[in-house]
Design a protein around this ligand. Sequence first.
Ligand code: GAL
Length: 715
Amino acid sequence: MPNVSCLRSLLILLCLIPATLAAQTIQWQEIYPGVWKGVAGKPDDYDLLKAAEITPSQALAKLSKEAFPLNKAEIQVQQNNGKTYLRLPLVKNEQLFGFGLNFQTVHQRGRIMQLHADHYGKTDNGRTHAPVPFYVSSLGYGVFVNSAKYIDVYAGSNVRKDSKNPPEVMDRNTNKSWSAHPYSDAVEMLIPAQGIEIYVFAGPKPINAIQRFNLLSGGGCLPPRWGLGFTQRVHRLYTSEQVKQEAKAFEEKGFPLDFIGLEPGWQSKSYPCTFEWDKSRFPDPAGFVKEMDAMGVKINLWTNPYVSPDAAIYKPILPFTGSHTVWNGIVPDLSMPQARKILFDQFEKEHVKIGVSGYKIDEVDGFDSYLWPDVATFPSGHSSEQIRQTYGLLVQKHSFEMFRRNNARTYGLVRASNAGGASFPYVIYNDNYSHEDFITALINSGYAGVLWTPEVRASKTAEEWLRRFQTVCFSPMAMINAWSSSTQPWTFPEVAAQVKAVAELRMRMMPYWYSEFAKYHYDGTPPFRGMSLEEGFSGNVIKEKTATDLEANPYEEALIKEVKDQYMAGEFLLVAPLFTGQKSRKVILPKGKWFDFYTGKLVGDGEIITISPGLDQIPVFVKNGAIIPMMPALLHAPKAEQKVDLEIRHYGDQNGSYKLYDDDGETFAYEKGIFSWRDIKVEKQKDGKLKGSISNAEANKPSTVGNISWRYMTE
Ligand code: GAL
């Protein structure tokens, strides 16, 4: 007969077994060259990619074959109290980027967050407009967890007792190197689901992993040309007459303007919304949109998706809405085809058919006290959490499809997105107004497969106005959002000339911006991105010692200063904005020679420079051999087939090449192959002089290039 202690040991063993058994195998499948999908357990039926209904880009199939970038055995999945625990390896000196649209931090290693769609609340804790569960490692691979749940992330912040790679144990009493954050060898996540779908992207470089991630969502969006011009959002209660006057003022003063955004007052009721025109302010919407179009200005409409009891679609959509209201409006369950048909049919009939060019879809991110709570239920059966994580994707996807049906490209604004949203032509914005945070967000957007605008609203001083304006002209959407301030570009007369100059520069650079967006679309390269993705950049971490106050914080450590105030704009430009009060700043130049954008002069060679550029211009530096195609400073983007003269600039002392993209800029014809790439080359001749050439446009392909002049900026 077994004795009691034997039985007890057996019992203890039996209790331990489930924990070991719960470790799950991941079924890996290489779905494209360098892209693996892994499935463990029983993932949720509804996830981010399903909500986004993505069609992966055909370019994926043409990518280089790469080896799986991690040791598969070190990626572990376990069931843990009804949730899925995921562990991925990390080595020393590896840095992580991504985990959504962060505003204050670029380096994510060591951070703890819960990815949760929300309005950014001034801390990077995972609550953000685009809580994208994707990260990219400095070692050149990316990881994406395809879940529409709130995911807990420990990005190399903790250590397991069974770690194979534990940190050195140190005695704080005697060892000065003791750290409150010892090295952790893993990214750990907790996903509240019975299983997971995970994607691993190979590099070889970090940028290649991002490209693969973006291509999986169909490639980055391709805005219409006019989307890359200037846009003004007018006061919320403007009438059609006032909007016309505004457009006239731009024209008379010679400020570029491609589209005007109407804020809530265009609707008969807002918060909640009717989606119907307010006839007292806009008596003839169709006539108004037509007249604006004749002036070269398109119309974009603000809305949120919460349906007013006074809306014509209230009754029909009611059965397809959630249990809770937002500002007394019902919340369409846009994961249901019935709900989106009713909502977007209304948009199409009332707005798109009369020529409205796009939307600003507000309030789909948070805040908790306004939005539906997590106890809400939705008729699709998807949880409130899942709807919250995907609502931004759903509004983008289905409004975009509506424009596609009408063969008119759109470019608008949205306040929430997520993984899978890269191909939707929407730019994220928010209500925060920190210029510094706005630039950090611009950097992080490139790691998250989203676009971000550091919009200008109002300023205390002319200096601040100009500094903000300069950066928005080097971003995905050059915009003033004057919905409450009624500001205009010339609001501060003392800097109106400089504001105009940079607005004109934005227009002159349109051929460059457009080609860079085409690269986002066709090969997944983010047009605006962080320096870590740049070859030869080594300014990753600067540690700054803070005064140690053990009373206030017994675990205080050196502050890690990240590079979050300079970024890359397209293939060749490094932008180093200044903030109010700053007279000079440091710029970290990656390896190689760099040139001043305005003068073509050499500024440095893989070094840290200090600049004091004055107020007039935003510092922009250009890579050696860069080619920047420019056009005249038109007041409106060129229309389909309009020939435009090019000034092709070359910088530096090296040969250069550039791919110039062309299509009609307005319709979806490019999806049928109606586009062209032209090769621009600048080469040194026998006499040492540089000479430019451009390949001919293919027969029967779009060709809008007029006369060409060449400018060798560094001669
Ligand atoms: C906010 C939005 C602002 C403006 C305003 C209008 O939610 O972020 O940009 O559109 O609504 O009421």
